[in-house]
Design a binder for this molecule. Structure first.
Ligand SMILES: NC(=O)C1=CN([C@@H]2O[C@H](COP(=O)(O)OP(=O)(O)OC[C@H]3O[C@@H](n4cnc5c(N)ncnc54)[C@H](OP(=O)(O)O)[C@@H]3O)[C@@H](O)[C@H]2O)[C@@H](O)CC1
Ligand SMILES: Nc1ncnc2c1ncn2[C@@H]1O[C@H](COP(=O)(O)OP(=O)(O)O)[C@@H](O)[C@H]1O
Ligand SMILES: [K+]
Length: 505
């Protein structure tokens, strides 16, 4: 799914009205009724209490329409509207419709307000949406302080948390509504996908309002929301004559004393995602552990007992994943550098200490084979690139890195960002906070290596792998509370993830 910029959303809005022969009021009504429909999954409406705070524009218009529909569904509604000289036509029309139905609208001034929130209220924030052009003025502070600190049942924003920009950074000290849920129209807005937004948008749901498909497909974008449709297109379907040679041989290089589990997880994940054969290369101390943990994985050991000094030949392998549990012993670092120089044509998956070693010696970066995949978590990325002042700046830095080195970077997180050498970024839509636990990154490394081994190119590998990893994590939630997820549970649900994408029972 494409992630659209503000001006594209506005054009799409207009084109939808033209091409579907509907009025802008009708589109607003469609948006409001979709929100109310989705709201039913979160709250009962009948006799529940909603406080709707509306602005002067179409975001406010949405709020007014939602208030009317909630009232029709039997909810208690209290409507506050920013007192203004001018409202958009659809906003005014919705005000009249509330008047006609005897629903009172209380007007307020930012500097002098009469808003009251009770503990059972659900706040609906419809003050500012995509029309926000500048940071909210300090005269609004007391309104937002009240809304953000009031004890209440839930806090919902329409389209965007008021005060938050959709596609540029919002300064940390800005006046912004803090939403538990954002119902955003048409496509996710870029800012909602970035970790720094979590303070204002804990979660979001995309509300499909049937915007014009033709216009949508004509838009150019560098940013995508990685969904099932994209991944389904990329997956190969093997024929009945397939044999294990076709599915490739993966090599997982890693492990050090006390960190053999990382190699076991990555190796098992590579097998489970469909690599025909998997060999693990690890220090001697890992041999028995690995062989007794996973029968299907072959094992090669270094001469050293507790860490890797000499790295293996790579000719027999279609894909290599390197770094999990590797450690940074001086001999390992030396051996790793030599290994990189010997394999400048072999695209590999780099994780964990492999990334840390690259970060500590930038001169090694020029030896990365084109199409290599690096999977840093934010701390590893910081070591690699230095710091950044906002997530928007971070994206630009990563794009510069992928273009310069012709590699794919997966910035791991809640919406892992897959950054391609072209500068295209795919934000993952699957996964959950239960995955923030030991070893889930090792599983991802194994998945990516196993996909590379099957002949997917690096870009497709990263897209398919990250999506399946998150989807498998979501399947674990069918049996477990997020706190109880183990990395190995994710491996066990890869099959469900595959089946879900291919619509198999
Ligand atoms: N796109 C779609 O598909 C659909 C969109 N719909 C809805 O329309 C919403 C966009 O509506 P919108 O354009 O009327 O703007 P909105 O967000 O209500 O802002 C109101 C006005 O505030 C002003 N303003 C700006 N910054 C300010 C500031 N710092 N402090 C004070 N004032 C400030 C600025 O006016 P100005 O001051 O420039 O005259 C602006 O016009 C969108 O988010 C969605 O909810 C749906 O109904 C249907 C489908
Ligand atoms: N809140 C979250 N929502 C979804 N996925 C998450 C979340 N937090 C972490 N993850 C995923 O879990 C994995 C964690 O990787 P990493 O930090 O390398 O863990 P480890 O080093 O323990 O293996 C990444 O794939 C990341 O995207
Ligand atoms: K809003």
């Amino acid at each position: 799914m494409k992630i659209l910029k503000t001006d594209q959303v506005q054009l799409l809005d207009k084109q939808t009205i033209d091409n579907q022969y509907i009025s802008s009021f009708k589109l607003m009504e469609r948006a409001a009724s979709k929100v109310v429909e989705i709201l039913k999954d979160r709250h009962k409406l009948y006799h529940n209490s909603f406080v709707i705070i509306c602005g002067k524009g179409n975001n406010g218009g949405d709020g007014l329409a939602i208030a009317r529909l909630l009232k029709e569904a039997g909810a208690f509604v209290k409507v506050y509207l920013h007192q203004n000289k001018k409202y958009t036509p659809d906003n005014s029309q919705n005000q009249e419709m509330l008047d006609d139905r005897g629903i009172k609208i209380e007007k307020f001034l930012p500097s002098k307000h009469n808003i009251v929130i009770k503990k059972d209220d659900i706040i609906i924030d419809a003050l500012f949406g995509m029309g926000l052009t500048e940071a909210i003025d300090s005269e609004w502070k007391q309104v937002f302080d009240l809304l953000n600190t009031a004890v209440c049942q839930d806090r919902i924003s329409i389209d965007m948390p008021s005060g938050m920009f959709a596609d540029i950074a919002t300064a940390n000290d800005s006046i912004v509504f803090k939403a538990d849920m954002v119902y955003t129209f048409g496509s996710p807005k870029l800012a909602l996908l970035l970790p720094e937004s979590a303070q204002w948008a804990k979660d979001f749901t995309v509300v499909d309002i049937n915007l014009d498909e033709q216009t949508l497909s004509s838009f150019e974008t560098k940013n995508y929301y990685l969904d099932k449709a994209i991944v389904k297109e990329l997956l190969h379907t093997p024929t009945k004559f397939a044999h294990k040679g076709i599915f490739g041989h993966s090599l997982i290089i890693g492990g050090s004393y006390g960190k053999i589990g990382a190699v076991a997880l990555a190796s098992k994940a590579a097998l489970s995602i469909g690599s025909g054969l998997v060999t693990a290369y690890l220090p001697k101390c890992g041999y028995s552990i690995l062989q007794s943990t996973i029968s299907e994985v072959m094992c090669l050991t270094d001469n050293e007992a507790d860490y890797i000094r000499l790295f293996p030949e790579t000719d027999s392998y279609q894909a290599i994943g390197i770094g999990v549990g590797l450690g940074q012993n001086a001999d390992t670092v030396k051996g790793f550098a030599a290994f990189l120089k010997d394999n400048t044509n072999k695209a590999m998956v780099f994780d964990a200490d492999a990334i840390n070693i690259l970060a500590s010696d930038n001169s090694l970066l020029k030896f990365l084979a084109p199409g290599s995949i690096l999977t840093p978590h934010p701390k590893e990325l910081e070591r690699l690139l230095g710091g950044w002042t906002s997530d928007f700046e971070k994206m630009e830095l990563v794009k510069g890195f992928t273009a310069k080195h012709n590699v794919v970077v997966v910035v791991k997180g809640a919406h892992s960002e897959i950054v391609l050498p072209s500068g295209d970024i795919y934000f993952n839509s699957t996964g959950n906070w239960g995955m923030a636990t030991a070893g889930t990154g090792d599983v991802l490394t194994g998945i990516l290596t196993g996909l590379l081994a099957q002949g997917y190119n690096s870009e497709h590998t990263a897209l398919i792998g990250v999506y399946l990893h998150g989807l498998a994590g979501d399947f674990v939630l069918e049996d477990k509370h997020p706190h109880c997820i183990l990395a190995s549970d994710i491996i066990n649900k890869l099959s469900s993830a595959y089946k879900e994408i291919l619509n198999l029972e």
